[in-house]
Write a protein that binds this ligand. Structure first.
Ligand code: AGP
Length: 369
């Protein structure tokens, strides 16, 4: 096992650090920025189905569901196809409306999650086309789907999902771009800009990982917190949910993710000097609005950890701590902002002496209902 950890103390940390390579592996051979094209057999062979689809339904659980929420924003933004995202466990039991022109995208790292599998079967019974996004090659879900795309993240051993999440977003972004191009919803130059920027993401993730020592120090300040709030807007709202899930899973600290603007509809009542609030406040993405949310937290004496774009000054003035990530296109920010949140939960859990790779009560894949 020590050899498999490759010198890291835990699988989770190894997998966090593998993300630059995992993302590269996920778009290798599929994205050719020089030629300005994307080639994805699973999508290209079924493009007519995608072009004729009235809507896309995404089903998944846990972290994969969060990747689905990011995908909803990206697909709707780029390809202008309506997307709904459902917990597989709700979808399968609630008698949903499924049309034969619907496409169901099932996202699952393991490809074995029972609820996601049941949602696929239900969709197939109702004539929908099912597309799987899995990491484990040959897994049950990848076999059950009509078509699919693997994430190529390599084995993920830590129970807390990390590189599966960023590679799921990568695959789903490629799908959104390809669909947008074939639909004529995106200009040639915008498409090209996205490819070039996606290509630079692995190096930017590497850069984001350089904040590890700073994040470890911040973790020591907040390790005894009883609650923690994560806020983000737009593409970074699902990242806030994911950051909160990571903290809950491995540190056992109660955490909630919220859209930043929803804070005033309830959670703001929780804020006092005991409450750490992690706010994703990147430059592109309703920045001024998020800054005003930060002011509201500050005036209630909440402790602010800002995830900001390199060179930010406004949030730095207000926050107790800032963690920088490189600049990128708004749609792609989740691939970077999620990195410090993974490291923050890791270091808090380590400081509390938790079993990071195998947290209590959790299994890597949930094959029971
Ligand atoms: C993530 O950190 C969790 N351990 C969990 O939420 C997981 O994402 C969920 O069980 C779905 O698993 P899957 O992607 O293998 O279907």
């Amino acid at each position: 096992e020590e050899i498999e950890k490759g010198g890291y103390d835990h699988f989770m940390l190894k997998e966090i650090y593998e993300q630059p390579q995992a993302i590269k592996d996920t778009f290798r051979g599929r994205m050719l920025p020089d030629q300005g094209i994307i080639k994805m057999a699973g999508i290209d062979e079924h493009m007519n189905k995608f072009l004729n689809a009235k809507r896309i339904i995404i089903v998944a659980c846990g972290t994969s569901w969060h990747a689905g929420l990011v995908a909803e924003y990206i697909i709707e933004e780029l390809a202008r196809v309506p997307v709904e995202v459902e917990y597989a466990s709700e979808f399968r039991y609630r008698n949903p409306i499924i049309d034969k022109d619907d496409i169901l995208i099932a996202i699952s790292q393991s490809g074995e999650t029972a609820d996601t599998m049941a949602a696929i079967k239900l969709a197939k019974e109702n004539g929908a086309f099912v597309f799987g996004v899995c990491n484990v090659v040959g897994s049950s879900i990848s076999r059950e789907a009509h078509a699919g795309a693997y994430t190529h993240a390599g084995p993920e051993i830590g129970v807390a999902s990390t590189k599966a999440f960023t590679t799921q977003i990568t695959v789903l972004t490629l799908i959104a771009l390809q669909l947008a191009k074939k639909k004529g919803a995106i200009s040639r130059s915008k498409f090209h800009e996205y490819l070039v920027e996606l290509d630079s993401i692995p190096n930017k993730v590497k850069k984001a990982l350089e904040s590890n020592d700073l994040i470890e120090q911040i973790a020591h300040v907040y390790k005894d917190a009883k609650n923690c709030l994560y806020l983000g807007r737009g593409f970074n709202f699902p990242v806030a949910l994911e950051g909160a899930l990571k903290l809950k899973e491995i540190s056992y600290i109660h955490a909630e993710g919220y859209p930043a603007a929803e804070m005033k509809h309830g959670p703001i009542a929780l804020i006092d000097e005991q409450m750490p609030v992690v706010v994703i406040a990147t430059r592109k993405g309703h920045y001024e609005k998020v800054v005003s949310n930060i002011q509201e937290i500050k005036s209630r004496e909440g402790k602010i950890i800002g995830i900001v774009t390199e060179g930010d000054v406004d949030v730095r003035d207000l926050a107790d701590h800032v963690i920088e990530v490189p600049d990128t296109l708004e749609c792609l920010t989740p691939l970077l902002t999620t990195i410090p949140l993974q490291l923050l939960s890791y270091h808090i859990a380590i400081a509390l002496d938790r079993n990071v790779d195998q947290p209590r009560n959790l299994a890597k894949s949930v094959t029971v209902e």
